[in-house]
Design a protein around this ligand. Structure first.
Ligand code: SAH
Length: 476
């Protein structure tokens, strides 16, 4: 039997800027993404709307899947899917059990690829302003697990000499490790730091000494998942709190939009200022109905005068895809008229190298429909879309996005791990308060907010942000 491919991919510590290009490309192409607790849900925004998302981490109150179950899952999924992406926090081979998964895939004859990731061992200290090596201060760093169990003594003998000690999974054992290190001649006054949820909006860090770190972290409620750094670099101030000082650090924004593509354009600006962004989009909630759109595009390509009115950026994208699928050169669509409901959607039209003819089709374009099209009766190059719409007898049709998306095909055994996008968003929302933005017309995305359990209050705010979003993208 022929298997699809599995990619074991490092996702980095959470910040989207730390996802490698190869990792992003694979997530974009994946039919299935199997992800862990430490993978930021933001990174799943790159997945195709129809991709199956499977959570393989430990849910609150539940047991995590056993490692052998995850291995069986990957092999199983590769039977039915061309590309399965196993997305893991940090680097897959740094305490990530990537080698075990690779061995299981090899044993089953499943072709795989390994994509290294940015490990939290180096990146999380960096996001807290701590360099792991520093000229004149630290010439070496050792990365160790705090979960050494019975082997802790020998483990510490081996690493105690490193000038910088980086501990992963070390929060629970920190008091014992601190004692053991002191017994090996490491001064209790050695600077030490703990960084929780590095590179995320919820990043928090504490700097203390080897002797005081555990108590200080506990007092401030800082704990797992965290990276612990022990050594003089932990007191270094060269970098300052560069990440935590970004103007939007700690802000969380949830964007309601037509498509992930539209949301990502906005996310980039907010993230550059230090915010964390998630999105809830129509393209994940519903499937686009394309047959009618293709028929209208084909009419246009055969010289008929057709007007398209776009109400959302997803509508614009669906239209562009229909043109591309039909294999038409845009120059053949000379009789087409294009209208956009607002500045945001007009921007989406311009992004595709086209200029909208009319800005709004009034009442028609305020309805929750992605694309309207009209065949102007008069025909000819000068036919005006708005006039044609108003004229009685003009053939006006609309494309809705009303068909529910079919559930992705996943063997029954693994279905409990399946996560709908609204679950992913709801989980992210449970992490803390977020600002809510509607891109484009808030009325069009209202059902999305309801789907993730947000009520009227949230939507009032979304209205205000909708205006701001429009200005931000289309202003000047
Ligand atoms: N493969 C991962 C490590 C997995 S072990 C990597 O290369 O980063 C899990 C441990 O990694 C956690 O207990 C914590 O110590 C650390 N970790 C991973 N991501 C983190 C983050 N964003 N912030 C703080 N610690 C993190």
């Amino acid at each position: 039997m022929a298997y699809g491919r599995v990619a074991l991919v490092g996702a980095g510590p959470g910040h989207p800027g730390l996802l490698t290009e190869r990792a992003r490309a694979l997530v974009e192409q994946a039919d299935v993404v199997v992800y862990d607790r430490l993978v930021s849900p933001r990174l799943l925004m790159y997945a195709k709307p129809e991709a199956a998302l499977l959570y393989a981490g430990k849910a609150p109150g539940c047991h995590a899947l056993a490692q052998r179950d995850i291995e069986a899952m990957l092999v199983d999924l590769a039977r039915d899917h061309a590309l399965v992406v196993r997305l893991k926090g940090g680097d897959p081979l740094v305490f990530g059990r990537g080698a075990e998964e690779a061995a299981a895939l090899r044993a089953a004859g499943v072709p795989f690829e390994l994509v290294p990731g940015v490990t939290s061992a180096v990146a999380v200290p960096a996001f807290a302003g701590i360099p792991v090596t520093l000229r004149g201060v630290s010439r070496s760093f050792a990365v160790a697990t705090g979960h050494a169990g019975d082997g802790l003594q020998a483990h510490l003998d081996a690493i105690a000499g490193a000038e910088t000690l980086v501990l992963l999974m070390g929060v629970a054992e920190l008091p014992r490790i601190a004692e053991e290190l002191a017994a090996r001649g490491v001064s209790p006054d050695t600077p030490a730091a703990m960084v929780e949820w590095g590179s995320r909006a919820k990043q928090r860090s504490v700097r203390a000494t080897l002797a005081t770190l555990a108590a200080e972290a506990k007092r401030r409620g800082i704990g797992s998942p965290a990276v612990i750094v022990i050594g003089h670099v932990a007191a270094d101030a060269s970098l300052g709190a560069w990440f935590e000082s970004l103007p939007r650090f700690g802000e969380r924004h949830l964007l309601f939009a037509s498509s992930a593509r539209e949301a990502l354009a906005h996310a980039a600006r907010l993230e550059a200022e230090g915010a964390e962004v998630m999105a809830c989009t129509w393209d994940r909630a519903r499937a686009v109905r394309v047959a009618e759109l293709e028929a209208a595009v084909s009419m246009a390509a055969h010289g008929r005068s057709v007007g398209f009115a776009f109400c959302t950026a997803l509508g614009v994208e669906a239209w562009r895809c229909a043109v591309q699928r039909a294999g038409f050169d845009l120059r053949r669509l000379g009789n087409v008229k294009l209208a956009a409901v607002d500045g945001y959607v007009a921007h989406a039209v311009r992004e595709r190298g086209l200029v909208p003819d009319a800005r709004s089709l009034g009442e028609m374009a305020r309805l929750p429909v992605e694309v309207w099209f009209v065949e102007a009766q008069s025909g000819g190059r000068d036919a005006d879309v708005e006039a044609a719409c108003a004229a009685s007898g003009a053939d006006v049709r609309s494309l809705h996005l009303l068909e529910p998306r079919p559930a992705p095909a996943v063997p029954a055994r693994w279905r409990p791990c399946l996560r709908a996008w609204r679950d992913v968003v709801a989980e992210w929302l449970a992490d803390g308060p977020a600002e809510l933005w509607a891109l484009g017309d808030p009325a069009l995305v209202r059902p999305l907010a309801v789907e993730v359990g947000l009520g009227g209050d949230a939507l009032r705010r979304a209205d205000a942000f909708g205006l701001a979003a429009d200005e931000a993208v289309c202003g000047a």
